[in-house]
Design a protein around this ligand. Sequence first.
Ligand code: B12
Ligand code: SF4
Length: 448
Amino acid sequence: MTKKKNILLINPWIYDFTAYDFWLRPLGLLCLASLLKNNLDCEVFFLDCLDRFHPALPHPPQVKEDGRGPFPKEEVVKPAVIKDIPRKFSRYGLPPAIVREELRRLPRPDVVMISCVMTYWYPGVQAIVELVRREIGSVPVVLGGVYATLLPEHARRYSGADIVVEGPAELRLGELWEQLWGERIDLPGGRAGESDFCFPNYSLLRNKDVLPLETSRGCPFHCSFCASRKLNPIFRQKNVDEVVDFIELNRENFSSRHFVFYDDALLVNKDQHLKIILQEIIRRQLKVSFHTPNGLHVREIDEELARLFYQADFRSLFLSQESFDKAVLRRCSRKSSPDSLRKALLLLKKAGYRPQEINVYLLVGLPNQEADSVRQSILEVKKLGARPRLAFFSPVPGTEEWATLVRTGKLNKDSDPLLHNKTLFPYLWSNISPEELNELKHLALHTA
Ligand code: B12
Ligand code: SF4
């Protein structure tokens, strides 16, 4: 019989100009943990470089009522490719000394598995792989997640990992296990009748007040700036009863108060999916709040859904409008229109929401987008009484907008992924200057 494996999962640091715990949790790793624990003979350990609740930190965490708050950070030298950008660059998360101590304290792993959710956060992977090698020596390091899936060649060359896994762990873990240890295993993923994406295992998290959740994967829309289709080509939803039972179970086990939907398309098929989930949550009187930092599809909001949001305690609503400019909407996203936003806001207000509680995402920084188009959109949102929230454009490899930047010579197809950072557009390729962006930020922030 083979020895039980020790598996160390690591959520790496973020290296960025800005980062904030906007209900950020490593959902990919929590899903991987549940796959491993439920199917394989192994012990799973977890090192979260973004754990802002770690007891060894010198200051207690700042936590808003809704669970959000800042990460600890330390300014670092900017990598050469962005050295001329006049912004500070930092490592967000635990100080390296605490991470080193954790690596020394944990049992020696048989394999280290790392995830990375943004292409431009790869320096965090490099840094943790380097530390793992220094502290543990020779151990196989496997990298998966969004960065590995969108840029596998870059990840193979530069991340430092021995194995780079593209795509969902549910479909890849079997091959990986065989590659690592020559053992064939049977995972439930592809079996008929079973959901092909698993529920996360939250027991790994130190602070369980905020829990991330997916009830679906993929998205039937096709916006020009989004990689959803590349990451999950087929849209599918979980069984609604399983979702409600899962929320109730974890609410009971961990007394968690905040569930955060990470779905790309939470409202699609709403009559058979989200409405049923919310009706059952209300019927069972589960005392939880919901958050939707990943914007909701405006067109799907009808009177019943607005009422269910309010009754089920959808606390922070973020709606994906993207723009009021018809040309921008035609080009990049057909999921909303000015009229559907007006209608949705009326319904949400009728359901009980105060206008300031409704956030409306507006995209800024698309190639060739003018400041005036954004300015008009901000003013329209304010006129409707909601809160404009600027969403900065990141050119994501494999999307149409990324291809446009490459075609027009503004980005090289092999450019350093650091150039995908959402902070860079006003300095590199946008018609919107840093000064104009500041003015737009000010306009969006200060209500008339
Ligand atoms: C939820 C989400 C957020 C959340 C939380 C993000 C977080 N850090 O966790 C919020 C709303 C905060 C957010 C913000 C942003 N996001 Co976002 N987000 C997502 C979203 C919808 C889901 C990510 C997720 O957790 N999925 C669920 C888990 C289960 O999937 P997963 O991580 O891929 O894991 C699976 C596999 O990859 C694999 N796997 C994962 N890890 C590992 C490890 C190993 C070893 C193995 C074997 C397998 C494996 O198995 C897992 C289970 O199947 C994705 C789109 C998408 N569909 O992926 C965009 C996405 C990642 N975001 C994106 C963007 C652009 C942003 C923003 C810049 C938007 C903006 N303009 O502000 C910001 C930046 C955030 C910041 N600077 O702090 C881009 C990526 C950009 C890039 N260049 O890489 C994406 C891809 C969307 C898009 N536009 O195409 N985001
Ligand atoms: S931006 Fe939203 S609606 Fe558009 S394809 Fe991505 S997930 Fe779907």
